[in-house]
Ligand binder design. Structure first.
Ligand SMILES: NC(=O)c1ccc[n+]([C@@H]2O[C@H](COP(=O)([O-])OP(=O)(O)OC[C@H]3O[C@@H](n4cnc5c(N)ncnc54)[C@H](OP(=O)(O)O)[C@@H]3O)[C@@H](O)[C@H]2O)c1
Length: 438
């Protein structure tokens, strides 16, 4: 039997607790898969007295990271704390101490990927991060290994379980946004402060990581235009349904004409498409490659054991030596990656769903059509429900599906429409997925 791999966990909460459970309860299985034992040598936490999902032997529990750094029997450290600044410093110190790193921390990778990968290269160490995107779904391994022969043409992900839970609840039970968010919090899917989930930032972090692997590009977060599900109106979910669509928060990146486009946005998807069927807190990623064509990855994007499954797979790959070899050949977050240019959001061409709350009086529809025509936007269909016995001043929803248009022209048209006197509130619009020109 080969030498054991000495493992330390920094953080033993939801994810760390699950990893500890696998290491302590499944040693034979893991030894067989890794070809050598994975030994849990140290666990660093903030509150050692706290009860945990799994019993950690007290002699390996500590609050002191320095003990791990100084321990020659620890070769791999999993950072499972979260947050950015503390984690950044801890990861840099772990690498400098000559240990490989596993992290589940998407915010850290998306904002400091270059710094920590440079530090790993400098110290001759490796970093593994399967759990950082889509929890238990093995999308990082798929992109780095199984799909390595492809030029990835596009990635389309449901990457934030909280947002998907909220949208699914609104679609299926008719709940309002506030009711669906409250239920997500009650069920433990949403944090007490869900800002990063519902404003699209968490999905953008994950998209930046996927774009790095698929295109070798360090995509700054500012380059990913993002809109989240916050405040989405159930009326738009109903109108989308009437038109045969489901609204999903998609994180997307795709190559067209040598430019890389990326955004996070609620998008109308045809109801029958596989990714539109992804419900609740599940994640999915639709990857299109030039050789493989369409592939779909699906599973639990969070939760104790699904995420621990991904972290433990990273441990096995490090024990085998696969990660170290890939780390050298891939050169992720390095300065010698391809220099693709980002496509400006305004030049993306897409169909759009547009809802206007307008005065119900003669001439409104023709004025709206005229503004759209001035911006080279042609109308594909219109819905305006008849309301019986309308008093003259009453307002009505006008829903327009456009043909493919330039995002810049479409937004300029919305700005113009917002200034018209018969509009009671700003135009609401979302991209429509089909017919997007790629
Ligand atoms: N939860 C998920 O389903 C999930 C899925 C994918 C990725 N992730 C990522 O995984 C990471 C961990 O998430 P989590 O949900 O497991 O977090 P968590 O349940 O809040 O656990 C955090 C752990 O870190 C420890 N900790 C906090 N500050 C520390 C410090 N200064 N020094 C030492 N230990 C410290 C805590 O110690 P105490 O226990 O003593 O308080 C706790 O054990 C995050 O980056 C998260 O984004 C989570």
């Amino acid at each position: 039997m080969s030498e054991p791999l000495g493992v330390a966990l920094v953080g033993c909460g939801t994810v760390g607790g699950g990893v500890a459970r696998l290491l302590l309860e499944q040693p034979d299985r893991l030894t067989a898969r890794a070809g050598r034992p994975l030994l849990l040598r140290r666990v660093v936490v903030r509150h050692p007295e706290k009860p945990r999902a799994v019993r950690i032997p007290p002699e390996i529990l500590t609050t002191d990271l320095d003990i791990v750094l100084a321990d020659p029997q620890v070769q791999v450290v999993a950072e499972l704390v979260g947050g950015v600044e503390w984690a950044r410093q801890a990861v840099c110190r772990i690498l400098a101490a000559g240990k490989d790193v596993i992290t589940a921390n998407k915010a850290l990778l998306a904002t400091h990927g270059t710094e920590i990968f440079d530090a790993a290269r400098k110290h001759g160490r490796a970093i593994a991060f399967e759990a950082s995107v889509a929890g238990g779904v093995p999308i990082i391994a798929a992109l780095t290994q199984s799909l390595a022969a492809n030029q990835i043409l596009s990635l389309q992900g449901i990457l934030n379980g909280t947002s998907n839970f909220i949208l699914s609840a609104m679609t299926e039970t008719g709940q309002t946004y506030a009711q669906a968010l409250a239920e997500a919090q009650e069920r433990g899917y949403a944090e007490a402060d869900p800002t990063l989930d519902i404003d699209g930032t968490d999905a953008a972090h994950k998209l930046a990581i996927l774009a790095q692997i698929a295109y070798g590009m360090t995509v700054p977060l500012e380059a990913i235009e993002r809109r989240g599900v916050g405040g989405i109106d159930s009326i738009d979910i109903r109108f989308a349904g009437e038109l045969g669509y489901i609204i999903k928060l998609l994180a997307e990146t795709w190559l067209s004409e040598g430019l890389l486009a990326a955004h996070v946005s609620p998008v109308l998807l045809r109801r029958h498409t596989p990714i539109a069927q992804v419900r609740g807190a599940y994640n999915a990623i639709h990857v299109t490659g030039d050789a493989v064509e369409d592939t779909l990855f699906y599973g639990k994007g969070a939760g104790q054991m699904p995420t621990a499954s991904a972290v433990t797979a990273d441990l096995i790959d490090l024990a085998i030596g696969r990660t170290q070899r890939l780390f050298q050949t891939q050169r992720l977050w390095s300065h010698d990656g391809p220099r693709l240019k980002m496509r400006p959001a305004d030049s993306v061409r897409s169909r759009f769903y547009l809802r206007l709350l307008v005065d119900d009086r003669p001439g409104v529809l023709s004025e709206v059509a005229s503004v759209l025509a001035q911006h080279q936007i042609s109308i594909a269909s219109v819905i305006q429900h008849e309301v019986p016995d309308l008093p003259a001043e009453q307002r009505v929803h006008l829903v327009i599906m456009t043909h493919t248009a330039s995002t810049g022209y479409f937004r300029a048209a919305c700005t113009k429409l917002d200034g018209l006197p018969f509009l009671s509130s700003p135009a609401v619009y979302y991209p429509v997925e089909d017919y997007k020109e790629r």
